[in-house]
Every structure is written in C-alpha cells, then in structure tokens.
Design a protein around this ligand. Structure first.
Ligand code: NAP
Length: 243
C-alpha cells in the first residue's frame, strides 16, 4: 500500500525531522505548517533532493476548515491519506498555575487539544484499513510539570486519552493509533518558555544527561507508522532519555 502521510507542524523541529525520516521509508509526505512557509518549503526541498515526494500545505490545526482543507488537498494532490502525525503543538511561558494567563491556557488547549482532536477526527473519517495515526504527546502528561506549565501537561494528558480511546474505536477498522511522548528535545519550542537557558537548566533532570534530538523522536514515529509495529495500538511510547 502506498503510504501518504500528513505531518502537522512539519515545518521545523520534531515535525520536520519526521517528514524527512518518513520520506526515507517511502512515504509521500504532506508538510503541514501554520505560518512559516519558507521553513515548510525547505523541508519539501530536502525530501525532494533525497528522491522523495513532499508537498507543503498551510493549515492552522485549531481551525476546523483548515483541517478539512488540509486532508482534501493531500488526497487531491497525492492520493488517499494513510497516515497522520498529529505533531503541531505549542508551549507557553513557564509559570506557576496561580499566575497563568487565561489567554495562554486557552491557546495551549486550543492548539494541543482541539487541534489534535480535529486532525484525528478527520483522519478517522477518511482513513481505511492499514491506516495509522501517531499523536505527539509529552512526558509532561505523566509528570505534571509543576512550576512550569501544568496546563501544557494537561493538554498532553488529553492527547494520551485520545490515543487510548481512538485506538479502541478504530481497531476493528484496521486503523492503528499510537503516541510518542518525548522528554526534552532540542527544538525552538523552548523559546516559548521565556527562559533563554531552558535547555541547560533541564539537563540535571534527564537521566541520560542530554536533550534528545528531533531525529531520535522521528525514529519512534516512523516505527509506529510502519508495518513493523502491526500489533501495537493504543500505546504511547516514551522517548525521553529515562525521564
Ligand atoms: P517547534 O519546533 O516549536 O515546532 C512546532 C511546529 O508546530 C511548527 O512547525 C509550527 O508551525 C507548528 N504549529 C504550531 N501551532 C500550529 C497550529 N496551530 N497549526 C499548525 N501548525 C502549528 O516544536 P517541537 O519541539 O518540534 O514540538 C513538536 C511537538 O512535540 C509538539 O506537539 C510539542 O508539544 C511536542 N513535544 C516537544 C518536546 C520538546 O522538548 N521539543 C517535548 C515533548 C513534546 P509554524 O512554525 O508554521 O507556526
């Protein structure tokens, strides 16, 4: 079966590494992005230069119409969608809950929860047997992120529940749903924390003593989308250096 996979938030970080990695496995890749068109195009160019197929499609995952258009464009230009990497996500400034701004709470929930649900719902509508979804969660979901961003942790706990429930709903249709929970990965998301030294400040908490790379997360996502994981559904794989 030809694999046609949408990666939301594919323009940089974990999503970009995932696009490149999936292309190596022969996926035809849809690089979803919200605002950074040149970054998305550079991912397309890298895939194409390596002999793969990719297109960039703008879509705000928190917008229902954008999500429908993302899936429709993918189907029109590449063929029936077989894979979704529900990766687009945001963090916000580090804070204790008492000081959390309502706008930050709503934005994180809107993109990380509503956005992930809208994309998963569209995938559930269009995918047929052999399809697979990977939701990008976080170790925050099971650690709670006290003093940093409990709301972000809660948004990722919702993603984990989505993985569990949807895996059971779609199992009989031959569609698998799994998650990957990264720990601290070296990407631009940490710039949203408001702490310029975030990366060094978290090192002491990571058992293996270093941040993960986007490529290391992409490897797990690629496995969960591949036939090699055919008996795995409803699982969230921690890829977090022991965190
Ligand atoms: P990143 O470098 O900040 O990249 C985020 C990507 O998401 C960008 O491509 C961005 O696109 C896109 N995006 C954001 N909001 C969007 C929206 N509303 N609609 C569509 N696309 C949107 O982040 P990352 O570290 O690679 O994170 C990827 C995922 O991994 C997120 O779900 C994050 O929560 C999760 N995660 C990351 C870490 C970590 O340490 N890095 C750890 C655990 C989990 P534009 O640039 O075009 O806006």
């Amino acid at each position: 079966m030809e694999q046609i996979t949408i990666v939301t938030g594919g323009s940089r970080g974990i999503g970009a590494a995932t696009c490149r990695r999936l292309a190596r496995d022969g996926h035809r890749v849809v690089v979803g992005y919200r605002s950074d068109e040149p970054a998305a195009q550079s991912v397309v160019d890298a895939v194409t230069a390596a002999g793969g197929t990719a297109i960039a499609v703008r879509a705000d995952t928190a917008d229902e119409q954008d999500v429908a258009a993302l899936f429709a464009t993918a189907a029109e230009r590449l063929g029936p969608v077989t894979g979704l990497v529900n990766n687009a996500g945001v963090a916000s400034e580090l804070t204790r809950l008492a000081d959390l701004k309502t706008e930050d709470l709503r934005r994180v929930m809107d993109i990380n929860v509503i956005g992930a649900f809208l994309c998963a719902r569209e995938a559930a509508r269009v995918m047929t047997a052999g399809g697979a979804i990977v939701n990008v969660s976080s170790t925050a979901a099971t650690l709670g992120s006290p003093g940093n961003y409990i709301h972000y942790a809660a948004s990722k706990a919702a993603v984990d529940a989505l993985t569990l429930g949807l895996a059971k709903e779609l199992a009989a249709d031959g569609i698998r749903v799994n998650g990957v929970a990264p720990g601290f990965v070296d990407t631009e998301i940490h710039q949203q924390s408001g702490d310029p030294d975030r990366a060094t400040n978290v090192l002491s908490r990571i058992p293996v003593g270093r941040l993960g790379t986007p490529a290391e997360i992409a490897e797990a996502i690629a496995w969960l989308l591949s036939p090699a994981s055919s008996y795995t559904t409803g699982a969230t794989l921690r890829v977090a250096g022991g965190l």
